[in-house]
Design a protein around this ligand. Structure first.
Ligand code: AMP
Ligand code: GLY
Length: 426
């Protein structure tokens, strides 16, 4: 079977890496791909915004499964376009993807189906938003309504920060059209976790729970990024909690989406806060997380290809989904100097060949014609290490990361710190 993967991040490298191990898969194409996918699959020279040409390629080359990685493609209706051509594609339709591309829609949806989440209000003018914030007080959370690459959220502990965040979204238009309206949300205190699930429109099968580290700085300080590191599984997520999340959140979401005429197919990704009143939804994403995928898929013992096929065909209940037990995976993201702000690209990357025991999933990398690998994005690469304990995985990942270099390389030195407190070094 020939497969097409759309996207160019570490997430897509991890998906391609996992699919490449499937005996069912004979060839993998990636568009646009990156330096890492170039080594194990065929990157296609199709402009990254030319969906028509991608679908045409898939038809002409008898692609039996297309996997859409990034949210922006799902929001644009890539799945609808492919389906209209009779293609099988793993991911939600544009209407189902609304759970991610409109935070206000997601909030109203949760209200309709009594899915636990923080209180919220939506605004279309900065004055009204500020008046509301003055009334409710801090801490408070300000979010651009649309897609903002994980950077449209500010958790404000004082009114000045809240006001500045509102201005950034609505006056400076830092996120463009995504900031035409904004959501002001109740601050939820607790431990955060990411739960991904395979969905076939009817049922959802959870993956192993992961934890991301969104802020750029150690100790979870500074502005939010797309994610600076992850680990899985997180023991903050007990089996009882998983049962509660499935019953109170995942199952009602699947039923609600079906009831609204937009059944959810693909990966549902719940950003959860485990509060003292139980788990609450921070946000829905409608795709694999990046960098959650980089730790979750290496722990998947089963073949990914039949799972995705079954999800597309509405028969997920029939496939076996097995996970590696007694193994923890840690992912540390190496980023360009300046990220999540401005950064330069084209910087040579060295030392990858020194790494033996970790998996390297490349993100913002490009392979030049002469074979040289250079940086091409903010998050450049992911070092993923499996271990029998979190400590072993962390130590291994950092030991390998120290072999790698590019000018200005930045990474957090404290990935997994919460889990390490729960499971200290012996
Ligand atoms: P999001 O892009 O919605 O996942 O938000 C980015 C990060 O902001 C989350 O991972 C949380 O750490 C934080 N955050 C978002 N919403 C809330 C909330 N209501 N309460 C506390 N923290 C939040
Ligand atoms: N790691 C968070 C995300 O993929 O949105």
């Amino acid at each position: 079977m020939k497969v097409l993967v759309i996207g160019n991040g570490g997430r897509e490298h991890a998906i391609v890496w996992k699919l490449a191990q499937s005996p069912l898969v004979t060839q993998i194409y990636v568009v646009p791909g990156n330096g890492g996918t170039a080594q194990i699959a065929t990157n296609l020279n199709i402009p990254s915004d030319d969906l028509e040409q991608m679908a045409k390629f898939a038809v002409e080359n008898e692609i039996e499964l297309t996997v859409v990685g990034p949210d922006a493609y799902l929001a644009e209706g890539t799945v609808d376009l492919f389906q209209a051509q009779g293609l099988r594609v793993y991911g939600p339709t544009q209407a189902a993807a609304r759970l991610e591309w409109s935070k206000s829609y997601a909030k109203e949806f949760m209200g309709r189906y009594r899915i636990p989440t923080g209180k919220f209000a939506t605004f279309t003018t900065p004055e009204a938003a500020k008046a509301y914030v003055r009334e409710t007080g801090v801490p408070i959370v300000i979010k651009a309504d649309g897609l903002a690459a994980g950077k449209g959220v500010t958790v404000a502990f004082d009114l000045e920060t809240a006001g500045a965040a509102i201005d950034r979204i609505m006056v400076d238009k830092a996120f463009g059209a995504a900031g035409a309206s904004l959501v002001v949300e109740e601050y939820l205190a607790g431990e955060e976790a990411s739960l991904l699930a395979f969905c076939d429109g009817k049922i959802a099968v959870p993956m192993l729970p992961a934890q991301d580290h969104k802020p750029i700085g150690e100790g979870d300080t500074g502005p939010n990024t797309g994610g600076m590191g992850t680990y899985a599984p997180t023991t903050a997520f007990t089996p009882e909690l998983l049962e509660q999340v499935m019953a109170e959140i995942v199952t009602p979401t699947m039923a609600g989406m079906a009831a609204e005429g937009t059944p959810f197919v693909g990966t549902m990704f719940l950003g959860l806060m485990i509060t003292k009143d139980g788990p609450k939804v921070i946000e829905y994403n409608v795709r694999f997380g990046d960098p959650e995928t980089q730790v979750v898929l290496p722990l998947l013992e089963s073949d990914l290809a039949p799972i995705m096929l079954a999800a597309c065909d509405g028969r997920l209940a029939e496939v076996e989904i097995k996970w590696r037990r007694e193994t923890t995976a840690v992912c540390v993201v190496a980023a360009s100097a300046g990220y999540p702000g401005k950064f330069t690209t084209g910087i040579p990357i060295t030392g990858l060949e020194e790494v033996e025991d970790s998996l390297i999933f490349q993100a913002g990398t490009k392979q030049l014609a002469e074979g040289k690998l250079v940086t091409s994005g903010g998050r450049v690469l992911n070092v993923v290490r499996l271990g029998k304990s979190i400590a072993e995985a962390i130590d291994g990942a950092y030991a390998d990361l120290r072999q790698i270099n590019f000018e200005g390389i930045y990474y957090r030195g404290d990935i997994g710190h919460r889990e390490l407190k729960r499971q200290p070094r012996k």
